[in-house]
Design a protein around this ligand. Structure first.
Ligand SMILES: *[C@@H]1O[C@H](CO)[C@@H](O)[C@H](O)[C@H]1NC(C)=O
Ligand SMILES: *[C@@H]1O[C@H](CO)[C@@H](O)[C@H](O)[C@H]1NC(C)=O
Ligand SMILES: *[C@@H]1O[C@H](CO)[C@@H](O)[C@H](O)[C@H]1NC(C)=O
Ligand SMILES: *[C@@H]1O[C@H](CO)[C@@H](O)[C@H](O)[C@H]1NC(C)=O
Ligand SMILES: *[C@@H]1O[C@H](CO)[C@@H](O)[C@H](O)[C@H]1NC(C)=O
Length: 261
């Protein structure tokens, strides 16, 4: 039986040490990110108080979770008959390469992210969920197997990487959860909303597009469709001018996994 307090304690960090030194020295919009963090914690505090007051547990039922819709252009909805299996926050990097032509656009060469189980947050506290990529972007992982997502205590639920240049791959099999593995292919993409976080500490080249991916042969766990939404950061500069031959851009996003029957 899951209580509200349980979900909130999963969101609150054991240590709330934020990388404050960077806000004043690097940020073009220092207040934006500091305000994002404080509204996140304020939202959590109000949830804790509401939960204590009601004495009732929240719904952890994924059937009540609603996939965010991009504006002004929406992605196609999940195919009929699919059900939501898992919601994760991904935190990692988008990787790019550049040649010698400084006027050329960087080439996307994949991504690497660690996924954290946010299913109950999606079901019970969608407003808090929507803040998580923006907040998580400000905290670097110590490694790809970091057990919890700072500054929350959401638990690791898998890894995202590229099997090859055109195949995003999701491995949702961990020591505690076996939700499946999925090579996938892009089905649709729309730009992130104009107010999406542009990068770490408010500095960067924009949020990567929202995506709809379809799983391809070899997927397990009935995984069929995967959405990347509420993206934060991850986009490269427009051109390769001054960029190294290979570089990474920090990002975070929500990933929604839909399964067939
Ligand atoms: C996080 O990682 C990025 C990329 O390596 C780096 O630029 C930034 O300074 C790091 N932030 C902190 C607080 O360590
Ligand atoms: C992206 O960068 C990470 C960190 O350097 C690296 O481990 C990973 O292999 C790179 N992924 C791709 C697809 O190039
Ligand atoms: C995610 O975490 C919640 C809370 O612990 C749990 O109820 C749920 O079963 C976990 N797994 C998935 C697949 O979402
Ligand atoms: C990329 O990986 C996927 C999944 O393993 C595979 O189906 C596909 O054939 C590979 N493509 C190339 C060009 O190697
Ligand atoms: C996207 O998926 C729909 C339905 O599954 C399909 O009709 C369409 O051809 C796909 N488009 C691409 C670009 O894969």
């Amino acid at each position: 039986m899951l209580s509200s307090i349980w979900v909130i304690s999963a969101l609150l960090a054991t240590t709330m040490a934020a990388p404050t030194q960077t806000y004043s020295s690097q940020s073009a919009e220092p207040l934006t990110e500091t305000e994002a963090l404080s509204s996140y914690f304020e939202a959590l505090v109000s949830k804790v108080q509401a939960a204590k007051g009601s004495g009732q547990g929240p719904s952890c039922d994924l059937g009540s979770a609603v996939l965010p819709v991009a504006s002004p252009t929406a992605l196609p909805p999940p195919s009929a008959g699919l059900t939501l299996k898992h919601v994760a926050i991904g935190r990692g990097t988008q990787n790019y390469t550049c040649g010698t032509d400084g006027t050329a656009a960087p080439t996307a060469v994949g991504a690497m992210a660690t996924l954290y189980n946010a299913s109950c947050v999606a079901a019970a506290y969608p407003d808090v969920l929507a803040m998580l990529p923006r907040v998580a972007l400000q905290f670097n992982l110590t490694g790809t197997n970091q057990a919890t997502l700072s500054p929350s205590n959401l638990q690791i639920s898998g890894h995202h990487f590229f099997a090859n240049l055109t195949t995003p791959f999701f491995n949702l099999d961990t020591a505690t959860m076996n939700l499946g593995t999925a090579p996938s292919a892009k089905n649709n993409t729309v730009p992130a909303p104009a107010d999406a976080p542009v990068g770490q500490y408010g500095v960067g080249f924009g949020a990567v597009p929202w995506l709809k991916l379809l799983t391809i042969d070899g997927a397990t766990g009935n995984l069929e469709e995967i959405y990347r939404v509420n993206t934060a950061g991850g986009s490269p500069p427009k051109t390769c001018a001054g960029m190294p031959s290979a570089f990474e851009v920090q990002y975070s996003a929500e990933y929604w996994f839909f399964q067939g029957s």
